[in-house]
Design a protein around this ligand. Structure first.
Ligand code: ATP
Ligand code: MG
Length: 468
C-alpha cells in the first residue's frame, strides 16, 4: 500500500497556521492508546478528557504527526497547529473522499448497520481493494476518521452512518457523498430522543441528502416506512430506488431460505437473476442483511454472483450473534452472544434464532436479557411486548436484569421465571450456576446494560472453547 497521507497533502487540506515538517503517514487516529507507527494523531476534545493531554505520548509511540489547537508540553515530534482539531479532522476526511476514485456506499438504519457494512466489506474485498469503517465508527468523529483512512487505491469504500438525535445524519452523509445509500430498516431504536417512528424515518432519509449525482437508494421493501423513504430519496434526487426483502415488488428479493443454526441456504432473485447461496451467519435478519448487501453490490457495479458466493464466509461477530461451543461438565453448552446491542427489532430476531437452535441431550434453552435502552416513555411497553417472542423462543428459564425488564418479568409465567436482578453484575452468578451440560444460552441487552459481564461469567464457569 502506498502512503496514506503526505505532509503536503495534509497541509493543503488543513491550512495549518505554520509550515509543517515533512512526513509520510500510514494511518489516522484520535485514540492515543491505539496509535500505531506512522499515524496522524488528532487531539480532539472529548466529553471527559482532552486529546491534547496525550499528544506527547502519541508521538513517543511513533505517531508521524499530531494535529493540535494549542501548545503541548513535552511533545517531541511534528505538530500541526490548526484553530479547531475537530474541523481539521472533517477537512482531512473530505480530502480523503475528494481524491478517491472508489465507488462509495453509505449504510444507515435502526439495526443491522455494522452487520451489513461488514458483510459488504467481506464480499467486496474478494473483488477489489475495499475500505470500510471499523466497528461502529458512525458518528461525527467516526465518519470523518473513516474517510480520512480511505486508501487512495481503494476501489470500494463502505461507510456506516448512525444517529441518536435529529439532524445528525445529513452532515455526515454530505461528507461521505455516497454513490449508493442503503437504509437497512426503520424501527423504534433511540425513539426516546426521536419522538416517533416517522421522525426516525425522516432522519434516516437524510442519508440521501448528501449523495453524489445519479445515486442509488437501497431500501427495505418490507418495512412499513418504505413509501416514505422512497419519497424522500426521490426528492433528494436519487436516480434509482432498489427494494430488498420478501415483497414481490423487491428488486433484490428473497424467494426462499432454509434457516439452520449455523447459517442459511438462500434462494434470491436479484434484478431478475436467480441466485442460490449459502450464508454463514444464522437468523432471518441476516438473510435480509444479505440481500440488502447484494442490492448494494449490484448498485456499485460489482459482481453479484461472486459476492453471493462469498457470503458463505460471513460470521456474526462477538456480541452480535457470535456462537460459541463451550466445554461444560461431561458435555458442552452453546452460547449465543448478543451482548453488544438490543432494541425492539433485534431482540425478536435473536429469539427466533434461539428457537431454531436445538439443545443437546439433557439440555434446555436459557435466556438472559438486560434492558433495551433509549426507548423513552414507551420503554416499559416495549419490554413487556417481548413476552410472546420470548415464549415462542422455547426458552424454559429466563433471567432478566434492569429496571425496564421488570415489565417483561411481570408477563412471564411462574414456570418461565429464573430471576430478575437490578443489573448484570448481580445477575451473572445466577445464570452461571443455572447452567448444565447440553444447554443453549442466549444473552442480549443494550451495551449500557453490560450483558458482557454475564457472557464472561458463563465462559468462566465453562471449561473453555470446545470448537464446533
Ligand atoms: N436486519 C436486522 N434486523 C434485526 N436485527 C438485526 C439485523 N441485523 C443485525 N441484527 C442484530 O442487531 C444487533 C446489532 O447489529 P449491528 O451491530 O449490525 O447493528 P447497528 O445498526 O450497527 O448497531 P449500532 O447502532 O450499535 O451501531 C445484533 O445483535 C444483530 O444480530
Ligand atoms: Mg453499528
Amino acid at each position: 500500500m502506498s502512503t496514506l497521507w503526505t505532509s503536503d497533502e495534509v497541509a493543503a487540506a488543513l491550512s495549518p497556521v505554520a509550515t509543517v515538517t515533512p512526513f509520510e503517514a500510514q494511518g489516522v487516529t484520535f485514540d492515543s492508546r491505539a496509535v500505531g507507527k506512522g499515524d496522524i494523531f488528532f487531539a480532539l476534545a472529548g466529553e471527559t478528557s482532552d486529546g491534547h493531554g496525550f499528544v506527547a505520548d502519541a508521538l513517543t509511540r511513533g505517531a508521524a504527526a499530531a494535529v493540535v489547537s494549542r501548545d503541548v508540553e513535552g511533545a517531541r515530534g511534528t505538530l500541526i497547529r490548526v484553530p479547531d482539531t475537530m474541523k481539521a479532522l472533517v477537512d482531512l476526511g473530505r480530502a480523503g473522499r475528494r481524491r478517491s476514485k472508489a465507488r462509495i456506499a453509505s449504510v444507515t438504519g435502526s439495526v443491522g448497520k455494522t452487520s451489513t457494512k461488514d458483510a459488504l466489506r467481506a464480499v467486496l474485498s474478494a473483488q477489489a481493494p475495499t475500505s470500510a469503517s471499523v466497528a461502529s465508527y458512525n458518528n461525527h468523529v467516526g465518519v470523518p476518521i473513516s474517510l480520512a483512512r480511505l486508501p487512495r487505491e481503494a476501489r470500494y469504500g463502505i461507510f456506516e452512518i448512525g444517529m441518536n438525535h435529529p439532524g445528525e445524519i445529513e452532515p455526515l452523509a454530505r461528507q461521505v457523498e455516497a454513490h449508493v445509500g442503503v437504509i437497512t430498516n426503520v424501527e423504534p431504536a433511540h425513539i426516546g430522543y426521536m419522538g416517533s417512528e416517522e421522525a426516525i424515518a425522516d432522519e434516516k432519509a437524510c442519508l440521501f441528502a448528501g449523495m453524489a449525482e445519479g445515486a442509488v437508494a437501497v431500501l427495505n421493501r418490507d418495512n412499513r416506512h418504505y413509501g416514505r423513504l422512497a419519497d424522500h430519496a426521490r426528492r433528494f434526487g436519487a436516480s434509482r430506488i432498489v427494494g430488498f426483502g420478501r415483497s414481490e415488488a423487491a428488486e433484490a428479493r428473497i424467494l426462499s431460505c432454509k434457516l439452520q443454526d449455523s447459517g442459511s441456504d438462500v434462494v434470491a432473485l436479484i434484478h431478475g437473476r436467480r441466485i442460490e447461496y449459502r450464508l454463514g451467519a444464522a437468523g432471518e435478519h441476516w438473510v435480509l442483511n444479505s440481500v440488502a448487501a447484494l442490492a448494494v453490490v449490484e448498485a456499485l457495479n460489482a459482481d453479484v454472483v461472486e459476492a453471493a458466493a462469498a457470503l458463505a464466509n460471513i460470521k456474526a461477530s462477538p456480541g452480535r450473534g457470535a456462537r460459541r461451543m463451550l466445554k461444560f461438565g461431561a458435555g458442552t453448552i452453546e452460547l449465543l452472544d448478543e451482548s453488544y446491542n438490543a432494541n425492539p427489532a433485534s431482540v425478536p430476531a435473536m429469539l427466533a434464532v434461539l428457537a431454531r437452535t436445538e439443545p443437546k441431550a439433557g439440555g434446555r434453552r436459557l435466556l438472559a436479557l438486560g434492558d433495551m435502552r433509549e426507548l423513552g416513555e414507551g420503554a416499559d411497553a416495549f419490554h413487556a411486548g417481548l413476552a410472546e417472542a420470548v415464549a415462542a423462543s422455547g426458552a424454559t428459564q429466563i433471567f432478566l436484569c434492569g429496571p425496564h425488564m421488570q415489565a417483561l418479568w411481570q408477563r412471564l409465567t411462574p414456570a418461565q421465571r429464573g430471576v430478575h436482578r437490578p443489573d448484570s453484575a448481580s445477575l451473572a452468578g445466577d445464570v452461571a450456576t443455572a447452567l448444565r451440560a447440553g444447554d443453549v444460552i442466549a444473552v442480549k441487552g443494550s451495551l449500557g446494560s453490560k450483558m458482557k459481564i454475564v457472557v464472561d461469567a458463563i465462559v468462566a464457569a465453562s471449561g473453555g472453547e470446545a470448537g464446533h
